[in-house]
Design a protein. Structure first.
Length: 485
């Protein structure tokens, strides 16, 4: 991060210098919450936890080079001490990030929100924008009130772009994150039914997601709202922002749009990217037709940043997956293709995954199988949404539908009631039973899709089926946030 003395950090964070810390000591390294990531000049943020308390690792953090410890309990180390426990430490972290953001005069901050697709779009965006200049983006889903400021604090005077996921647990949360790191460009991907049980309605989710566009500068001050023209709740947010609106999608009137969309034999999307009257062909390295909308959002931001159409198309084609368990394709030792999309699930993302699986099955008569777990936090719509997902799995032509867990049981009912489907439903209790059920049913070039909410832990199914295969994609190396919200 930008180098700051301890006395300046104490002023910003509203903390006090304690222990052997000297006011003129400088923090010039990363700000971290894991003492194992400390290095010379870093700042270690000590938080309590269910299993461990970061304060207990203060001495090891300093031994590794940390200039000081920001915490709420006195420790035998150079310290910036706050009152109020973890809540105040997190608030202090946010204040530090806000101050550093104000110093990043040469950087554009891009915020991305949506019910699904934030992490994939963020990964794609970071790879494309990095061609224009140094870009900071979180690993994995570092998108909550802790991960958000930690990501911002990785930026320095040479940073050109800061790309941030913006997640919401409720009304006002996105507004708070935008106050920590005010974006110039805001991207809204979609408003789905994920977490409708928590928010109460899709309308409430839209209110929360729209806080991003409300936080943007005016058009006169350079603010840009990038909105999905194919989602009615998203494009309606144009009325809630003073920023200039750039739309993207398949709709004929979108500013940035895709034409001639199709999938190849590996499930990768190809399309013609059109910006204004200019066109360029794109073949994504990512799997699934739903990646087209993610790519269009990235293209819109890249164009706003000054990248030419040909360069955008080339950058999109070369960008690969960076975060685990999101349409992660691996060939198992026996020749079966395993599509691990087990990071999270909601009705929209399950539908997208099944459409991709159907595309795989349409190639050379390959047999497809789906392992589906619970879609969490759907509230009173849960039973019906699970039935619909099961019916959709049957219509996609799967040979076997493995339904994992009691909460997902209505999927079995939905598939069984689908007219003309001659596949098999297998109900199991957990990931271990799901793997056992599949082993006797897979043959050669079959394709298996694994999808469920995090609580289902279905990544274990994919990992066991592909044991011994080369790893697909780069693992997320940092704390997970509230990715699906």
């Amino acid at each position: 991060m930008i180098a700051l003395t301890l006395d300046r950090i104490a002023e910003i964070t509203q903390s006090r210098i304690s222990g052997p810390a000297r006011p003129t000591d400088v923090v010039f390294g990363p700000v971290v919450i894991d003492s194992r990531r400390c290095e010379p000049g870093s700042l270690f943020v000590a938080l309590g936890g269910e299993q461990v308390d970061g304060h207990d690792y203060a001495r090891s953090a300093v031994a590794a080079g940390a200039a000081a410890v920001l915490g709420s309990r006195p420790v035998a180390a150079p310290q910036l001490l706050t009152d109020g426990g973890d809540e105040e430490v997190i608030a202090a972290l946010g204040r530090l990030a806000r101050a550093v953001t104000g110093e990043l005069t040469g950087a554009d901050t891009v915020g991305i929100t949506g019910s699904s697709g934030k992490t994939t779009t963020k990964d794609l965006m970071a790879q494309v924008l990095d061609r224009l200049g140094p870009t900071v983006a979180p690993s994995g889903s570092y998108n909550n009130e802790i991960g958000h400021p930690l990501t911002v604090l990785r930026a320095d005077s040479g940073t050109r772009f800061v790309v941030l996921e913006v997640a919401a647990r409720g009304i006002g949360h996105i507004a708070h994150l935008c106050d920590i790191a005010p974006p110039r460009i805001g991207v809204v991907l979609n408003v789905g039914s994920a977490h409708v049980g928590e928010f109460g309605s899709r309308e409430a989710i839209a209110r929360a997601k729209g806080e991003l566009v409300e936080a943007l500068p005016s058009a006169a001050d350079g603010g840009v709202a990038v909105l999905n023209a194919d989602d009615d709740a998203v494009i309606a947010m144009a009325e809630r922002t003073a920023a200039r609106v750039v739309s993207y999608g398949l709709a004929p009137g979108a500013h940035v749009r895709a034409e001639d969309v199709g999938l190849d034999a590996a499930g990768r999307a190809g399309f013609t990217l059109r910006i204004g009257e200019d066109r360029a062909p794109v073949r994504l390295a990512l799997v699934g037709a739903h990646q087209v909308h993610n790519a269009l959002a990235v293209a819109a931001v890249a164009a706003e940043a000054g990248m030419g159409l040909a360069d955008i198309a080339a950058a999109l084609a070369e960008a690969g997956p960076r975060s685990r368990w999101r349409m992660e394709v691996t060939e198992a030792p026996g020749g079966t293709t395993v599509v691990n999309d087990a990071y999270n699930a909601n009705p929209e993302s399950v539908a997208a995954a099944l459409r991709t699986l159907e595309a795989f099955g349409g190639r050379d008569g390959r047999v497809t199988h789906a392992v589906l777990g619970v879609m969490a936090e759907l509230g009173e719509d849960s039973t019906e949404e699970h039935r619909r997902a099961g019916a959709l799995a049957a219509r996609s032509g799967v040979r076997t539908l493995v339904v994992v867990g009691e909460e997902a049981a209505p999927m079995a009912e939905g598939a069984g009631a689908e007219p003309g489907w001659d596949g098999e439903v297998v109900r199991v209790r957990d990931a271990g039973e799901a793997t056992a059920a599949l082993r006797g049913r897979l043959r050669g070039a079959d394709v298996v899709m694994v999808k469920g909410s995090r609580v289902a832990g279905l990544e274990k199914v994919a990992e066991e089926l592909t044991e011994g295969a080369p790893p697909a994609g780069e693992p997320a190396r940092e704390m997970s946030g509230e990715d699906a919200k």
